[in-house]
Ligand binder design. Sequence first.
Ligand code: SAM
Length: 238
Amino acid sequence: MRRFFVEKADKPILKLTGDERKHLAEVLRARQGDRIVVCPNDGNDYIYEIVSFDKTSVTLEFIEQYVNPTEPDLFLCVYIALLKGDKTELEVQKLTELGVRKIVPFVCDRTVKNTEKTERLLRTAHEASKQCGRAVIPEISEVKNFQEVISELSKYDSSVFAYEGAYNAGLRLGDVIHGDEKSIALVIGPEGGFSDEEVTAALSAGIKSVTLGKRILRAETAAIAGAAVIMQLCGEWK
Ligand code: SAM
């Protein structure tokens, strides 16, 4: 069943309007009697049946609701340095598929791109959530700077930054993540990596640096692989 995100799942009748109406009525050409899943971003799936169409809305009748089985218990937030081209969007799409709950784009010493339209990233997260069967669209934060990133990391049960220079120190994700955390933050640098000053600032703030292995990964690979390993370590890969 196709899924549609709304602000509120009204009962017993819901009027679907705007872009979601257009998608259902004009793109998918749904018919009276078809059933769809409606998600008000609360972790539940609400099943509705199409009653009728008019020019501005589709009238839906509530059938049943249940907890969406795909949402992880873990609140994983990934901080991603802005990347060139469409790479940041690619990260958002894949992190959404992996069940990440929040994505924070940021700029730092070596980011080449210094602005990003967060509405575009939110649209990508919305489309990816629909495609992969989630009931929650990950929150996309406004773009932050590195100092702001560091100062908010203490609110997570665990927070780590991926640093290719950490290989010799030998700290791996599995050494830092215990698996019973409720919230985790993972920080990934830009194409050119973190500057020495940023590494020092993060370590002084008590953020652990972790290696993602012997090979230097592209930033987007590091974000996707790092999130996948954390999900596995926390028992969310099932
Ligand atoms: N500074 C590096 C260079 O130019 O050789 C490359 C930076 S890497 C392409 C981009 C980001 O991915 C890094 O800032 C880091 O967060 C993450 N990363 C890539 N490979 C990694 C590894 N093996 N261990 C830890 N982090 C890694």
